[in-house]
Design a protein around this ligand. Structure first.
Ligand SMILES: *[C@@H]1O[C@H](CO)[C@@H](O)[C@H](O)[C@H]1NC(C)=O
Ligand SMILES: *[C@@H]1O[C@H](CO)[C@@H](O)[C@H](O)[C@H]1NC(C)=O
Length: 337
């Protein structure tokens, strides 16, 4: 009897240390429970918190999507979550993870986005990043990518770093896009909240609205865990003095998140070379004189047409290497949309 108890106690200790390890996010920063940092935003009935409050499911059904928001605004920070996307028929669905102050500044809002766009059965999710500053919504700065893994099979970490002089988007620990602060760029300069949402975007998300959400497959479930809000809590209007933010910024600096080592830079280039399907930086039809915060990488540029989309030939070659099936007419369209 005693032995059994001992085994159970040891097993529980091992288990709790494993769970403890899982709570420390990559980059060594600490994660929050939902209650410590967030509040429901909409579709409360479709927001399901785990018993330990460290993960949340956001559901979309025929009645509502759902979402949550950070309880505070932040002046700079590192915002991160491990996310698993809905599987099966996901056309028309958008899952978004983003920082914004659109609720506070209607006309001059700032925003940093990860948007996941659903797809028809058998076709992969696509991901988009975007940046707005001071209401620059007429100056979209999208990039689109395929993902190197199936984002419905397990969670992967998606993170946004926003400092005084740069913005970096990460997948797991790999930086995938850097937007430096440049004169003439649209750089976010006001405190932002962090949001996570799932919603019906039937009118545009998949092939420009051709494929709608099919509620026979609902509820569509996205999972969020390992939530990180590392930044300087702030009043929405009054940007804090730098000294008030020292602790949060020091934790970011000491964790090395803001340092792109040569190895990480190589990984970023490689990701962009293999998975980016559209970049605003190469879309000279849209922005003939370019954008101040774009760094043109010649080896990257030659792979894109002047509408910013990947040249089809290289998309096809890349696909053939990865799969035995030749790319279909339909997914060609997906790649260029
Ligand atoms: C997805 O579809 C498969 C087979 O069609 C089914 O077995 C599975 O339960 C579905 N998964 C979800 C999350 O609905
Ligand atoms: C932001 O936009 C507003 C209105 O368009 C303008 O008055 C303000 O100067 C801009 N702020 C910055 C920092 O560019």
């Amino acid at each position: 009897m005693m032995k059994v108890v001992m085994v159970v106690v040891v097993a529980m200790a091992i288990l709790s240390s494993l769970i403890g390890a899982a709570m420390a996010a990559p980059f060594g920063v600490s994660t929050l429970s939902f209650d410590e940092g967030f509040s429901p935003l909409f579709g409360d009935g479709n927001l399901v918190r785990s018993p330990d409050d460290r993960s949340v499911r956001l559901l979309l059904d025929r009645y509502s999507g759902s979402g949550f928001i950070s309880s505070d605004l932040y002046w700079h920070g590192f915002f991160s979550a491990a996310i698993q996307l809905p599987s099966n028929y996901t056309a028309g669905i958008v899952v978004a993870f983003y920082a914004s102050n659109g609720d506070v500044f209607e006309k001059t809002h700032d925003e940093l986005d990860f948007e996941f766009l659903g797809n028809v059965k058998g076709k992969p999710w696509r991901m988009q990043t975007n940046v707005y500053g001071n209401g620059s919504t007429s100056r979209g700065r999208e990039e689109r990518y395929l993902l190197p893994f199936d984002p419905t099979k397990e969670t992967h970490r998606y993170s946004i770093l926003w400092t005084d002089d740069t913005i970096i988007f990460f997948i797991d620990e790999t930086p995938i896009r850097e937007v430096p602060r440049r004169k003439g760029g649209d750089y976010p300069l006001k405190p932002m909240s962090l949001y996570a949402t799932i919603w019906d975007a039937s009118n545009w998300a998949t092939s420009g609205g051709k494929y709608k959400v099919d509620y026979r497959y609902s509820p569509f479930i996205s999972r969020f865990s390992d939530l990180v809000l590392l930044g300087c809590r702030s009043d929405p209007i009054q940007v804090p003095e730098n000294e008030q933010c020292d602790d949060a910024m020091n934790e970011i600096i000491s964790s090395g998140i803001d340092t792109i080592t040569p190895g990480k830079r190589r990984a970023m280039l490689e990701f962009r070379q293999r998975y980016m399907t559209y970049s605003v930086c190469y879309d000279t039809m849209r922005y003939p004189t370019g954008l101040p915060d774009c760094d043109i990488v010649p080896s990257e540029k030659m792979r894109f047409r002047d509408n910013g989309h990947l040249r089809l030939a290289s998309a096809r070659r890349r696909y053939r290497r990865r799969s035995r099936n030749p790319i279909s007419e339909d997914s060609k369209k997906q790649l260029v949309m």
